[in-house]
Design a protein around this ligand. Structure first.
Ligand code: DCT
Ligand code: MG
Length: 616
């Protein structure tokens, strides 16, 4: 089918007003790509923001249809047929994806495969060979958690063909619906509690509306604290990362608006109670819940999405689990589930299904394809993320044996593959202690004032752990002093005595603060993953919070700090962080506390939670 060279402007409405505010070059994932948005105008505020975001990440937006177009990005509710008809084409000769595609690419910081089912628009011809199998992302009815609304996915592909007028009518309808949503959001924003919850970042608003789900708060949380990096805190973030990864200032954090009247204080109290770090969460709370079975099934879905690197769904499930844990009564129906904060219609359907059937069809489908099982195996290799695991799969490797014998592996990947089964096993609590003791003996021999604290899940009281997290600190020492003793004396000594087996990630630059590797007990067989984290005394309070976790507790604490105009990272709690346009940090803020763990809780207005109450 020859490309139609005729320039077609779909609608004259809404002059294009977007001007790129380019992110730094290495992040311009869309550079060289030409997106044709359909409808091709900026009349809709949401589309305008989507276009803006694509431009920011390097795309060009075609004003007319032509050969230069690389991707057609289609609004919700528009079918394949609508597109071909209006572009006067028989088939669309370039990638055709739904409106979620650009933001998903931005989320994963890479160009995703346009053939993924989740980006397919209704009526797109399905490639031969795909018709028989039900793809993971499109399990029918309540068995799915689609990004797109199920109504749209279920649209009959042989649907009536629309006339020009009908199409414009439909587009207009979609725009009215969007407009209504925007207005609803504005209304929500006008209530004080929501105003505190909602980001003013227009992108966040777009995402919230697009999802039409109660995910907005979770997404906001995720964006606020996205990667919780160990070695780089937000000071090292680039402009784009800052705008992407942090919530906008709440009305509370704005210095001029700090004077709250009684109503606001009350509203804030309710708002603050919603943070998981405000409530006690321990293994007992979790075990005695009336919704234990539902939680267990949802947890398996969460694990699945976690393994697949689907951060948003992982967070959605965590949020739902956390909401269910707080319920004293069993949540059995869709309506009951919907009444809980953070649970949208899709998750509510799932909860009902689990209660009535004691299982979740989606779960059975989730792990069903051989590719998926292989991917999950590959994701378990130390250091392999979604990208690497998918690459191995695409290169034709099908098993760990394949990787070991045929794939070109880095030395770390080789360790990860060869000790896959060792690293996959949980470490009993008493064995974690013995590893800690061996390190402690070596550390205090080198410097009697150095301390070793076992962090991570062990500090939260877990009966077994995935790895051994050891915090090495000394009240009066700088990071440089600790690092020097550790890397020049302690680590080599521990290798020499046969305890440390391999080094996986160490501080290569002069400013690092960690050593990752594997250790083995003298009478043991298994290699265990061990992390040594170097922390100066001045930062130990903040580091203890971070390295104790769990991650959700940390996210919650960080988000809370951000909402209060402060900033929390593994080094300390900072106040007076000045931000410019797009939330670019202008000043790093003033350190208010780093040394005292309890004091950080106090300053944030969070009741002290001992580590074992931080299991969220
Ligand atoms: N952490 C975090 N966010 C992450 C990963 C980790 O805040 N994405 C923090 C919280 C826990 C701490 O770092 C140690 O991390 P892990 O060892 O990965 O987790 P853990 O809680 O110790 O659990 P496990 O038993 O699996 O090691
Ligand atoms: Mg751990």
């Amino acid at each position: 089918m020859p490309r139609n060279k005729k320039a077609v402007s779909v609608s004259g409405k809404g002059k294009r007003q977007c001007a790129a505010r380019l992110v730094p070059e290495p992040q311009q994932i869309f550079k060289g790509l030409v997106f044709f948005f359909f409808p091709n105008n900026t009349a809709s505020a949401l589309r305008r923001l989507r276009i803006q975001r694509a431009l920011d990440y390097g795309a060009s937006a075609a004003e007319t249809w032509g050969d230069h177009v690389t991707h057609v990005i289609v609004d919700k509710g528009i079918t394949y047929h609508d597109v071909t008809k209006h572009l006067h084409l028989e088939t669309v000769p370039v990638a055709l994806v739904d409106e979620s595609y650009p933001s998903e690419c931005v989320k994963f910081r890479s160009i995703l495969n346009t053939a993924q089912v989740r980006f397919r628009i209704s009526g797109t011809p399905i490639p031969a060979g795909e018709k028989d199998s039900t793809p993971v992302d499109e399990v029918p009815a309540s068995g799915s958690l689609p990004i797109k609304p199920s109504r749209r996915e279920q649209q009959d592909e042989t649907q009536i063909q629309l006339s020009h007028t009908e199409l414009h009518g439909r587009v207009a309808e979609a725009q009215i619906a969007e407009q209504q949503l925007t207005e609803q959001l504005a209304l929500m924003l006008s209530t004080e509690e929501q105003a505190m919850k909602c980001s003013k970042d227009s992108y966040s608003i777009v995402e919230s509306i697009r999802e039409k789900d109660a995910l907005d708060e979770i997404i906001e949380e995720a964006k606020a604290v996205k990667d919780l990096p160990l070695d780089s805190d937000d000071e090292h973030h680039t402009t784009a990362e800052v705008s992407d990864s942090e919530v906008s200032e709440s009305s509370e954090s704005h210095p001029k608006r700090r004077k709250m009247n009684a109503r606001r204080i009350e509203a804030q109290a309710t708002w603050q109670q919603n943070f998981v770090c405000m409530q006690k969460h321990d293994s007992k709370t979790n075990a005695e819940n009336a919704n234990t079975r539902t939680i267990a099934v949802l947890q398996q879905m969460l694990d699945y999405y976690d393994r697949s690197g689907d951060q948003w769904r992982t967070l959605a499930y965590r949020k739902a689990i956390s909401a269910l844990r707080k319920q004293p009564k069993k949540i059995a129906t869709r309506a009951q589930a919907l009444s809980l904060p953070g649970i949208g219609t899709r998750l509510a359907d799932k909860i009902e299904e689990i209660v009535y059937t004691n299982r979740l069809r989606r779960l059975e489908n989730a792990n069903s394809t051989p590719e998926d099982r292989i991917l999950q195996t590959f994701l378990g290799v130390y250091g392999a993320g979604v990208l690497q695991a998918s690459r191995w799969l695409a290169q034709g490797y099908r098993s760990l044996e394949d990787l070991k014998n045929k794939a070109p592996l880095t030395s770390n990947q080789r360790v990860g593959v060869e000790h896959y089964h060792d690293f996959a096993q949980r470490i009993p609590r008493n064995e974690v202690e013995v590893h800690g003791e061996i390190v402690r003996a070596a550390v205090t021999k080198a410097d009697a004032e150095l301390q070793v604290i076992i962090g991570g899940s062990y500090r939260r009281g877990a009966s077994d752990s995935g790895d051994i997290d050891l915090i090495i600190t000394k009240p009066s020492a700088t990071i440089k002093q600790i690092r020097t003793i550790m890397l020049e004396t302690v680590v080599p000594g521990l290798f020499q005595q046969g305890f440390l087996q391999t080094s996986l990630a160490a501080t290569s630059r002069g400013d690092g603060s960690k050593w990752h590797g594997a250790s083995k007990l003298p009478d043991g067989r298994l290699w265990r993953r061990i992390d040594l984290l170097f922390v100066p005394g001045s930062e130990i309070g903040a580091a203890l919070i971070y390295f104790t976790g769990n991650d959700i507790f940390n996210r919650s604490m960080r988000l809370l700090a951000s909402k209060k105009g402060m900033r929390l990272n593994q080094r300390g709690l900072y106040a007076d962080v000045l931000r410019g346009p797009q939330r670019v940090k202008l000043t790093t803020g003033r350190l208010v506390e780093g040394r005292d763990e309890r004091r950080i809780f106090e300053l944030l207005g969070v009741p002290w939670r001992p580590p074992e109450h931080r299991i969220c």
